[in-house]
Write a new protein. Structure first.
Length: 160
């Protein structure tokens, strides 16, 4: 699921893809690499030179819909973010899939998370004018904006 979401948001800029990786060019014509793996679920890197990658964003996707277990899942996200922080990542995002998450408590359970995003409260496609969440992701990677398409609907994720 995460690679499909990534392709929805940044697919217009993708230069190459595998089952676990998207490579794109940002607005500065530098390579941005998005990887999909167990820990963190999604990692975004920027190529600074031919041999140097900058660790930019670590993203944990907590897709379970069982609200009674969300606090355990956020604790798992925190562990992953702490590990990513030790590896030099500078932004930490958590995507969740339960309705009406108590964001104050979520920030207590995962204080390293800079941004929380909801999958459940969001339509399936990016909009014409790029939503807050997609804009944040694109700007974080300094990607060229997607050309407008009047047939597109709402955001794939909602920013909180």
């Amino acid at each position: 699921m995460p690679i499909n979401l990534g392709q929805q948001i940044v697919g217009h800029a993708v230069q190459s893809t595998t089952e676990t990786r998207l490579e794109l060019l940002n607005a500065s014509r530098r390579k941005v690499i998005i990887t999909f793996s167990p820990d963190p679920d999604i990692s975004i890197f920027e190529e600074i030179s031919a041999r140097t990658l900058k660790n930019v964003i670590a993203i944990e996707v907590k897709g379970g819909a069982d609200k009674s277990n969300i606090w355990n899942r956020l604790g798992e996200a925190e562990k992953s973010h702490q590990s990513a922080k030790q590896r030099g990542f500078v932004e930490f995002w958590t995507i969740y899939n339960v309705p009406s998450l108590d964001l104050a408590k979520a920030r207590e359970k995962s204080p390293t998370t800079n941004r929380f995003y909801s999958l459940i409260n969001s339509p399936p496609r990016p909009p014409r004018n790029l939503p807050t969440s997609a804009t944040a992701w694109l700007l974080s990677s300094e990607l060229p904006r997607k050309p407008s398409d009047p047939s597109e609907g709402g955001s794939p994720i909602t920013d909180y």
